[in-house]
Design a protein around this ligand. Structure first.
Ligand code: G6P
Length: 370
């Protein structure tokens, strides 16, 4: 096992550090920047089905559901196809309206999650076209779908998903750009510039691992005894906030909630005092000014702000108690880059609390029963 961990103390840390490679592997053979092409046979063979879909319904559980939420932002923004994202467990029991004009995308790392599988069977019976995004090759979900794309993240051992999540985001980004190009909703110049930027995302992730690893380790020390955490973000980074909070609660057992930053005033603001740590994802692109006012509201109530900002940021940084810098990207890529320090934060807080990060209590890597 020591050898499998490749010198890292835990699988989770190894998997966090594998992300430049796993994202790259997921794009390999698909993203051909020089030719200006995204090659994905599973999408291309059914591209009219996607284009003419009434809507796309994304079905998943846990971390994969968070990836699905970001998929909704991506596909709606670039391909202009309506998207809904559903928890598989809710979808399957609420007599959903599904027609043969719907496309269902199932996202599952393991490809074995019972609720996701059951939801897919239901959608299939009603004639929907089923597309799978799985990590485990030949898994049950991969086998019942009509088409799909594997994430090539490699085996993920840590129960808390890290590299599978960023690989799922990579696939969803490729799908959104490919459909957008085909549908004519994403112009050629923007397409070319976005794919060039996507191609460099593994380097951005490498950079962020290098620049934030030690810093986040130190920040984590100050929060070992925290009992609550809030994670806030807007736009694409609202689901990233949900995922940051999920990572922390899964492995450190600290109660954490993710929220869209603007919803703070409808509830969570009541919880804010000098004992409440609040992680704010605030990159330059994407509602930055709005986030600035959210941070002001938090500081007025003495909340402890851990801000994830772009390099050279001034406004949020000047108010924050802790600043984690990430490279600036187009908004659609920021959840990938921003997730990395949040994974590290959850990891180190859990390690300092003496928790079993690779196998947290009560959780399973793949939930094959209801
Ligand atoms: C479990 C795992 C999570 C995972 C979820 C969905 O809860 O602990 O990490 O996100 O199942 O799993 P799937 O394999 O369908 O992505």
């Amino acid at each position: 096992e020591q050898i499998e961990k490749g010198g890292y103390e835990h699988f989770m840390l190894k998997e966090i550090f594998e992300q430049p490679k796993s994202i790259h592997d997921t794009m390999r053979g698909r993203l051909l920047v020089d030719e200006g092409v995204i090659k994905m046979a599973g999408i291309w063979d059914h591209v009219e089905r996607f284009k003419n879909a009434n809507r796309i319904i994304i079905i998943a559980c846990g971390t994969s559901w968070h990836a699905g939420l970001i998929g909704e932002y991506l596909i709606e923004e670039y391909a202009r196809i309506p998207v809904e994202v559903e928890y598989a467990s809710e979808f399957r029991y609420r007599n959903p309206i599904i027609t043969d004009k719907d496309v269902v995308i199932a996202i599952s790392q393991s490809g074995e999650t019972a609720d996701t599988m059951a939801a897919l069977k239901l959608a299939k019976e009603k004639g929907a076209f089923i597309y799978g995004i799985c990590n485990v090759v030949d898994s049950s979900i991969a086998r019942i779908t009509d088409a799909g794309s594997y994430t090539h993240a490699g085996p993920e051992i840590g129960v808390a998903s890290t590299k599978a999540f960023t690989a799922q985001l990579t696939i969803l980004t490729l799908i959104a750009f490919k459909l957008g190009k085909h549908n004519g909703t994403l112009g050629n110049a923007e397409f070319m510039s976005l794919i060039a930027e996507l191609d460099a995302i593994p380097k951005r992730v490498e950079e962020v691992l290098g620049t934030t690893h030690e810093l986040v380790q130190n920040i984590a020390k100050d929060f070992v005894n925290a009992t609550n955490f809030l994670y806030l973000g807007r736009g694409y980074n609202y689901p990233a906030a949900l995922e940051g909070a999920l990572k922390l609660k899964e492995i450190s057992y600290i109660h954490a909630e993710g929220y869209p930053a603007a919803e703070m005033k409808h509830g969570p603001i009541a919880l804010i005092d000098e004992n409440m740590p609040i992680v704010i994802i605030a990159p330059k692109k994407g509602h930055y000014d709005k986030i600035v006012s959210n941070v002001q509201e938090i500081k007025a109530r003495k909340g402890k702000v851990i801000a994830v900002v772009n390099k050279g940021d001034q406004q949020v940084s000047s108010m924050a108690d802790y600043v984690i810098e990430i490279p600036e990207t187009s908004e659609c890529f920021s959840p990938i880059v921003a997730s990395v320090p949040l994974q590290l934060l959850a990891y180190y807080i859990a390690v300092y609390r003496g928790a079993n990060v690779d196998q947290p209590r009560n959780l399973a890597k793949s939930v094959t029963v209801e």
